[in-house]
Design a protein. Structure first.
Lengths: 202, 63
């Protein structure tokens, strides 16, 4: 047999072995999308919300090339460590807030995704899920679908407002959760955070 | 026969490149897409090279 062909065969086998190691073997961690450290840096900004001067941190997320975005969260909220690439999870005394990127397949629309996949998943995962409202809104010129629902955790009633914002490749999902008693008071703050959301590469 | 082999190799290479650069991969399948696309590209390039270097037995006799 031709020596060159044997050499090509051996090199191919080695390349496939390395590929397996990168995909499923000991080097597999390198394939996953990693968060950009710059995304976790925030710049301070003062904003008046419901006649109160609140200090916000403005975050520029640069984790997924087609989905750079800007959002601000109150500086008093604690950023949870080890959030997946493209997302922020915050906790506060009365509730929590998060911004995430959601992959939506090309063969569906965001609205169809919300109604046929996201909401049924919430019904399964959230105890006592009860939809309060569903509406189409606009967030800085982007079509968005807002789902408000009630759920129960450890005997406490929570209210959650989840907004799915259309984007180039991924959609953004902004979620705010608060105890039912404090939800109304926090709504202006939630609205202020939501309207601060902007796609950067649009 | 050689032409068929060449055509199949090019088709496999094209499909591998499509999966790598144009297919909208769901987040949950990035790893499997990485493996399958590179597998097809490597195998297609290897088969193209083998096709190129495989000496014809008739030619060898002539030499």
């Amino acid at each position: 047999m031709n020596k060159k062909v044997i050499a090509i065969f051996i090199v191919t086998l080695i390349a496939l072995g390395v590929l397996w190691a990168y995909s499923f073997g000991p080097l597999s961690g390198t394939v996953a999308i990693k968060a950009n450290p710059a995304s976790l840096q925030s710049t301070p900004q003062q904003t008046v919300v419901a006649q109160q001067n609140i200090a916000f941190g403005v975050y520029h997320n640069k984790d997924l090339t087609e989905n750079f975005y800007t959002i601000k969260f109150p500086q008093t909220w604690q950023l949870q460590p080890n959030s997946p690439a493209g997302s922020y999870h915050f906790a506060s005394d009365n509730g929590s807030g998060s911004a995430e990127l959601q992959d939506v397949a090309d063969n569906t629309t965001l609205e169809l995704f919300v109604l046929s996949q996201a909401e049924p998943n919430l019904k399964k995962s959230e105890a006592g899920y009860q939809r309060i409202s569903y509406q189409k809104i606009s967030v800085n010129g982007n079509d968005a679908y807002q789902l408000t629902y009630r759920s129960t955790t450890n005997g406490t009633d929570y209210e959650t407002i989840k907004t799915y914002i259309t984007g180039t490749d991924h959609a953004a999902v902004i979620t705010f959760t608060a105890t039912q008693s404090s939800f109304a008071n926090l709504q202006p703050l939630f609205a202020s955070i939501l309207t601060s959301f902007q796609w950067e590469n649009k | 026969m050689k032409q068929i082999f060449l055509f199949v190799s090019l088709a496999v290479l094209g499909f591998g490149l499509y999966l790598k650069f144009f297919y909208d991969t769901p987040d949950s399948q990035i790893q499997i897409n990485f493996f399958v696309s590179w597998f097809l590209i490597i195998v297609a390039i290897a088969s193209l090279l083998m096709n190129l270097f495989w000496s014809n037995p008739k030619k060898r006799k002539e030499e």
